[in-house]
Design a protein. Structure first.
Length: 259
């Protein structure tokens, strides 16, 4: 079943087209890679899908509903969450507290019940704390539960960022360069965690400069260049595409694998 449909989406900044008539779809339970050189429009595409930027033209549908023009919080509540290139963590709060904040996106009891500390509030808070611990365990962060987020190694901080996004209970998770600044061991850790998300039936779109990592984890890959989609297909097809080799890297095919 199709979950996300981006149809002829364009985004202009003044007279400059950051995106131009971009089309692609994402089906449920897929992991789709979004690659391209710097300035290709990858993060801009994430920003328009999640409502951080308005589209200039085109439509975005999610679960069959037109979400074009909705605010970012409205889109999050419909089931789309994202991470950012830079870690967005409360560094002087524990890992547990960071993830619990994400869980509160779906807090249902009215604020007055929290103020009065009612039984209903206590029950829902208990459930959220259980969910937080389950997420930390699932993502391999249980041993860091009570440590300040700022004390974690870089790779674990990126995993924590994914964990916080998962706390909002997304149907679709957009990961913006989750392996940036990592060494090979940290990249392997993060990609392993992304593969685990299949068990939660989470659909993923992954922006990443490390092409080898993308190829190893994605079902399909979409390639942007200068704001336009230039290729789409399974990883083997993309690795051999002359258009991708020339426009994305401008080097030999062996270099594509090195990312």
């Amino acid at each position: 079943m199709m979950l996300l449909e981006v149809s002829r989406v364009s985004k202009y900044f003044g007279g400059v087209a950051a995106l131009s008539n971009v089309d692609f779809v994402v089906s449920e339970s897929e992991i789709v890679g979004l690659i391209g050189p710097n300035g290709a429009g990858k993060t801009t595409l994430f920003n328009v899908v999640t409502g951080f930027l308005p589209v200039t033209n085109g439509t975005i549908s999610f679960g069959g509903e037109d979400i074009t023009g909705l605010r970012s919080d409205q889109i999050t509540r419909r089931g789309i969450s994202r991470t950012f290139q830079a870690s967005v963590l409360y560094t002087r709060a524990s890992c547990f507290e960071n993830v619990l904040i994400g869980c509160h996106m779906h807090y249902r009891e009215p604020k007055w019940k929290a103020f009065l500390h009612t039984k209903a509030y206590r029950k829902e808070e208990h459930t959220m704390k259980q969910n937080t611990d389950e997420l930390l365990e699932f993502m391999g962060l249980a041993e860091y539960r009570d440590r300040f987020a700022g004390e974690l190694p870089h790779g674990q901080q990126r995993v924590l960022g994914i964990c916080i996004a998962l706390a909002t209970k997304p149907k679709l998770l957009l990961l913006d360069e989750p392996a940036t600044g990592m060494n090979a061991k940290e990249i392997a850790l993060v990609m392993d965690r992304i593969r685990r998300l299949r068990k939660k039936e989470t659909t993923i779109v992954l922006v990443e400069h490390n092409v080898r990592a993308v190829v190893g984890v994605c079902d399909r890959i979409v390639v942007l260049d200068h704001g336009q989609k230039i290729a789409e297909g399974v990883p083997d097809e993309i690795m051999k595409s002359p258009a991708v080799i020339e426009a994305y890297l401008g080097r030999k095919n062996d270099d594509v694998a090195r990312g």
